[in-house]
Design a binder for this molecule. Sequence first.
Ligand code: FE
Ligand code: FE
Ligand code: ZN
Length: 304
Amino acid sequence: MEKLLIGSHVSFKKDSQLVGSVEEALSYKANTFMFYTGAPQNTNRAKIDEQKTLEAYQLMEENGINPKDVIVHAPYIINLANNEKKDSYQFAINFLAQEIERCEQLGIPRLVLHPGSYVKLTKEEGIKNIINGLNTVISSEQSVIICLETMAGKGTEIGTIDDLKEIIDYMKYPEKVMVCLDTCHLNDAGYDMTKFDKFLKEFDEKIGTDKIACVHINDSKNPLGAHKDRHENFGLGFLGFDTLINIIYHDKLKDVPKILETPYVTKTDDSKERLYPPYLFEIDMIRNKKFDPDFINKIRTYYK
Ligand code: FE
Ligand code: FE
Ligand code: ZN
């Protein structure tokens, strides 16, 4: 059987913690998953509950999920690129250090991080700040790997392949830093995902494909090079089903976890708008390698 590590973004709630995340992943028939240790937009974080973590490990073992394949995503608001306000820059550094500690406690070795936005600084200054911030936080003893995500280039975002290469080149402990590809972001940044072998060749020359720790699988609402970052459901955007399937099943990415971050599906019931996760249906299409043109409607019927 072809091995495929596929999962999605799931929640991590204050009460159910990692057990809740595993249960949600299992409800999508996933064998890996990604979560934020709290809300992605803020930095309020609950204390990790040892007992819940142990329960979650039990549940993962029973269901063939390897914790080493699970991913944590740092909140978006950590911006290591901008140090105009010294307090916020220091806050970002401290928060990242705590996030690494939480990952250590949870036994999850991969932490995805958006490199940051340089805002009113120059790009070079932004990159320097990221390098400085990471070198301040990362220690030789940590088992957590920081996975820098490729970004769409919206506004002043840093995160092209060349940017990531430069950051990694200046790491004191380069073995602690890897990369998370995001197919929507790459498309929006101007990397043609329909020519994925060409992209991987460039990536290999600049950074090395052995540095790919995670792939975010998203379709894009926008065409190549749009610099927008709006995710679309699997197969319904500018990348399309075949392009994404080709990436997911690529030989060079066999052992790399693939994580869906596609948008929830809306449905209006009794004039109330509800949102449903698309992941069970998207994962099913991915496993069957067969597009179902009606899957959005099936999601709306399934979650009643
Ligand atoms: Fe991200
Ligand atoms: Fe992403
Ligand atoms: Zn995105």
